[in-house]
Design a protein around this ligand. Structure first.
Ligand SMILES: [Zn+2]
Ligand SMILES: [Zn+2]
Length: 275
């Protein structure tokens, strides 16, 4: 009997579904929206936004409903992170509704994001404010480090792509460490300017990133690829912010980009442990 139980334990441990320790994944929601999870630790990036600008992928209704209700895999989310205030990444109304529906979730974002939420919340903002963590940074500033239990959240500001047109927008790059593995990097709408990453090299070198999620314009572009491979040096790169035109045609877009992209909402990628 003991031998049978022992064999069963070995069988379960060999089954990927039960070897939870190294099991982490990233699920694509739309545009730059991602759920990253490792066991009980879960982080949502750029998950509540209402503008497609006629080009980008919105989060579909069943997915938004599941997030709002906290049904698996969207149960027990720890942190909700926003790269910047643009409407294809963040909208105050659904974000506030989510924070009210999921009262344990903490939010991390720029002062512009937090201010928009506080303004919308109005007189009820006091109880909400303790869960809103505003990151006030400008490009070139030293990284901010925030803790949430076993999750470490760090941010730097990197200019938004498009130059002067978006100079007033604070675009944050977040490096999030879920209890040692995985460490993921969400880059918002970063501009692939080498000098901006060069002056953050100490921050980039301080901790190894397993998976980076750059906007897709970094892929197949020499200076974008150089930043990824020389400065960030992640094990895995998955491009995001891919236009809706790529839905159902991901392989064509991935081939053209010369790398991995999230194109279809619901896509799932394992995050691999490298030693
Ligand atoms: Zn933007
Ligand atoms: Zn964008």
């Amino acid at each position: 009997m003991i031998r049978i139980v022992g064999a069963l334990v070995i069988l379960l441990l060999n089954n990927p579904a039960f070897s939870h320790e190294d099991q982490a994944d990233a699920r694509y929601l739309g545009n730059e929206g991602i759920l990253v999870r490792h066991g009980e630790l879960k982080v949502l990036f750029d998950a509540f936004y209402d503008s497609s600008y006629g080009t980008y992928v919105l989060v579909n209704t069943p997915t938004r409903d599941a997030m709002m209700a906290g049904t698996p895999p969207y149960d027990g989310v720890d942190a909700l992170i926003f790269s910047h205030v643009h409407g294809d990444h963040f909208s105050p109304k659904p974000t506030l509704a989510y924070l009210r529906a999921q009262s344990a979730v903490h939010l991390y974002g720029s002062t512009q994001v937090v201010d928009a939420l506080l303004k919308l919340a109005g007189p009820q903002q006091a109880q909400l404010a303790v869960r809103l963590h505003a990151v006030a940074l400008s490009p070139g500033d030293s990284a901010v480090k925030l803790g949430l239990g076993n999750i470490e959240i760090e941010a730097i500001a990197v200019p938004h792509s498009g130059g002067a047109r978006h100079a007033a927008i604070t675009n944050l790059l977040f490096r999030v460490d879920l209890d040692g593995f995985p460490v993921v990097m969400h880059m918002g709408d970063a501009d692939p300017i080498d000098a901006e990453f060069a002056r953050q090299q100490a921050f980039l070198d301080r901790k190894h990133t397993h998976t980076a999620f750059p906007p897709y314009w970094f892929l197949g572009l020499d200076r974008g690829e150089a930043i990824l491979h020389n400065r960030i040096q992640p094990d895995q790169v998955i491009g995001i912010h891919v236009p809706e035109a790529a839905v159902g045609d991901g392989e064509t877009w991935r081939t053209r980009a010369g790398g991995d992209l999230f194109t279809d909402p619901g896509e799932l990628r394992d995050i691999m442990h490298s030693h």
